[in-house]
Design a protein around this ligand. Structure first.
Ligand code: PAZ
Length: 327
């Protein structure tokens, strides 16, 4: 049978349990579980609120021995900037991010127009130094990063594939559930809605000798359902909804809230996501935006999103409701 035919999957949508039974967990899951358990125990004992941030896009392989894959646009900016803002506000952060996407603090240097070596210079003795032009801001950023790491406030966990992401999401939300209402789940990753189940995937590199490639992808099970109702039942759950058609944004965000029963959906449009978002709760809808002056000063919208969420979380921790002052 040509490899291409193996890709025709039919229409079925499996449930989350079946997904976990039929896929293998990532090799590093136990190692990360242990780190996450220790992190959560440490902060649970101190009463520090903990946020699990998911960030970046999931990769969907087309072949078991993967040469080709489907990816998406997400660079992880939302997650990385938000992590910094949560840390600044005393939260401990589990930063579950796509490998090589933006990370808090190092994002200022890793994905810039400059290459890594442009930040360095050789002094008269031939020793390496930070270029004087970048030294002040780098010193400040490094101090913040060191503070977060030295105080055990930041746990970095990476994922690559959709499956890797889903296993870790399930595992970490369950570990975080021990914190009850002190846990926040900030689901900003761009997670694929479609995938090829492992048993229907070509083993080897798909060959062009078979002509045009037709892919049929299965729908990814709706993981937010068990996350909200079972894995993370007491924490404050914030999901993001991305759209490109403005007419769909608010209805789809509200639909997600009703379907899964969590507390907050933040809607954003692909083209304006860095300057405007809409907070949607069961009984409120509120737009947060940056004005021109803020944009000119490079203010990041996460500096508005995160304090707003912290206000909601405070109410949630105190009495299990979202009594926003904006209702
Ligand atoms: O990673 P990024 O900053 O480029 O983009 C962030 C985002 C648009 C992926 C995030 O805000 C978001 O909407 N995540 C959920 C996407 C979805 O609807 O699945």
């Amino acid at each position: 049978m040509p490899d291409n035919q193996l890709l025709d999957n039919g229409q079925g949508v499996i449930d989350p349990d079946t997904y976990f039974e039929t896929n293998s967990p990532p090799a590093n899951l136990n190692e990360y579980d242990q780190k996450a358990s220790e992190f959560v125990k440490y902060h649970g004992a101190r009463g520090t609120p903990v946020v699990l941030i998911t960030s970046g896009g999931t990769m969907v392989p087309l072949e078991n021995q993967t040469v080709r894959f489907i990816d998406n646009f997400s660079a992880g900016t939302r997650g990385a900037v938000s992590a910094e803002k949560f840390l600044e506000n005393g939260y401990a952060v589990i930063f579950m991010h796509r490998q090589f996407s933006l990370q808090p603090y190092s994002r200022h240097y890793t994905h810039s127009a400059n290459g890594f070596l442009d930040y360095m210079t050789l002094n008269d003795e031939g020793k390496i130094e930070v270029n004087a032009k970048y030294a002040p801001s780098m010193t400040e950023t490094l101090a913040k990063y060191n503070k977060a790491r030295n105080n055990n406030m930041l746990l970095l966990v990476d994922f690559v594939t959709l499956s890797d992401y889903l296993f870790k999401l399930k595992s970490f939300t369950r570990i975080m559930a021990t914190l009850g209402r002190s846990a926040m789940y900030y689901l900003a990753a761009a997670v694929s809605d479609f995938f090829i189940p492992v048993e229907k995937m070509a083993e080897h590199k798909i060959q062009s000798r078979d002509g045009a490639l037709t892919l049929t992808l299965d729908q990814v099970p709706k993981f937010l359902k068990p996350l909200v109702s079972v894995w993370a039942s007491n924490g404050l759950i914030v999901s993001f909804k991305l759209e490109t058609d403005g007419n769909l944004l608010a209805p789809k965000a509200r639909q997600a809230l009703e379907k899964y029963g969590h507390q907050i959906v933040i809607g954003n449009m692909l083209s304006t996501r860095k300057r405007t978002v809409t907070f949607i709760t069961q009984d409120s809808e509120r737009v947060l935006s940056l004005d021109q002056e803020e944009l000119d000063k490079d203010v990041e919208i996460e500096s508005k999103i995160v304090p707003e969420l912290i206000r909601y979380h405070r109410a949630w921790r105190n009495h299990g409701t979202l009594d926003s002052p904006y209702k």
